[in-house]
Design a protein around this ligand. Structure first.
Ligand code: GLU
Length: 310
């Protein structure tokens, strides 16, 4: 087993070295200054396995803005809190549109297509805001517990920038409220959503904290049930069809793993029965996915034969 870990570590290092200059092909998210100022050449990869080991290379211990990867944690929390009635308020279909498109939401009467586009995640934020006395605290506590790390924090600069530039997200919330699909007050819901987007974590912490999704809902270390096997299946299914923005089809085609990316440059990919891969490199392609992260996950999945469609 020790030998396997050393081999995996070497492999990650080799794959990362091959990407050294490829970050130049992407552009760092610049919709808020706090993200635009991140160094573009940072890059890391971590692989967490169900034996509980996390192996990494490069900047895999460097915290970054998890942004939309937070949508995965929020979804699991909301499912655990309210169960199946959730699926009356949000659907499980790919949107076929950019994550921040508002067109569909009005046509579909305030019911978001899925929980990992912005409208869906704001709906989930409403569920958390309405069902926890302090949803932001509950969210951070939940993530810290899953990652076994009490130092995970909210980046206040990112939070303030998100609030300042959050007009489109506010529009989603108001539109859903006008269709009676938001229960709490819109400012509270948005504050929760911006808070969860502003959490900083490293590849190592993310790989560790999502192992339960590769293990039928059970934390492989503590053996605690984080969600049911049925719900782990459902979350993975949604990530497979919608987790990589409007490039989810291509990602399934070329990689074949449930995954979620964020505009901070992170990507997590779940490998059921094996573990979790997390990559980070800030420059993004035109869809909002990290250029280097996409390459790394495709290459490691191919080398280790990890596709779920094999
Ligand atoms: N905070 C970003 C937004 O709401 C998250 C975008 C993302 O990572 O997809 O627009």
């Amino acid at each position: 087993m020790k030998k396997n870990i050393i081999e995996l570590q070497k492999k990650l290092q080799t794959l990362l070295s091959a990407e050294k200059d490829n970050y130049l092909q992407g552009k760092v998210a610049n919709y808020i200054p706090a993200l635009a100022s991140v160094k573009p050449d940072l890059m890391g990869i971590a692989v967490g396995t169900l034996e509980g080991k996390v192996v990494g290379a490069g900047d895999y211990q460097h915290p970054f803005s998890i942004q939309s990867i937070s949508k995965v944690f929020g979804l699991v929390m909301a499912i655990n809190r309210i169960g199946d009635p959730l699926w009356k308020r949000v659907r499980m279909e790919p949107s076929g549109l950019p994550f921040n498109s508002i067109i569909q939401l009005q046509a579909e009467k305030g019911i978001p297509r899925n929980p990992v586009i912005n409208a869906g995640a704001i709906l989930i934020s409403d569920i958390l805001t309405s069902n926890f006395s302090s949803s932001k605290f509950a969210f951070l506590t939940y993530i810290r517990k899953l990652a076994r790390n009490d130092n995970i924090r909210i980046d206040n600069d990112v939070y303030l920038s998100e609030v300042k530039h959050g007009h489109l997200n506010a529009a989603f919330a108001h539109l859903m409220k006008s269709f009676d699909n938001i229960e709490s007050e819109v400012p509270d819901v948005l504050s929760h959503y911006f808070t969860q987007c502003s959490i900083s974590m490293s590849c190592e912490q993310l790989a560790q904290s999502l192992l339960f999704l590769a293990n039928k809902g059970i934390d492989p270390i503590t053996k605690e049930t984080i969600c049911t096997a049925r719900d782990a299946h459902r979350v993975n299914a949604i990530l497979s069809t919608s987790g990589m923005y409007d490039q989810s089809g291509e990602f399934a085609f070329s990689v074949g793993l449930p995954a979620k990316s964020g505009v901070g440059g992170g990507i997590i990919a779940i490998v059921p029965g094996y573990g979790v891969i997390c990559t980070w490199s800030p420059p993004l392609n035109h869809y909002g996915n990290s250029v280097v992260g996409m390459n790394l996950i495709e290459n490691i999945a191919e080398e280790l034969g990890l596709s779920i469609y094999h």
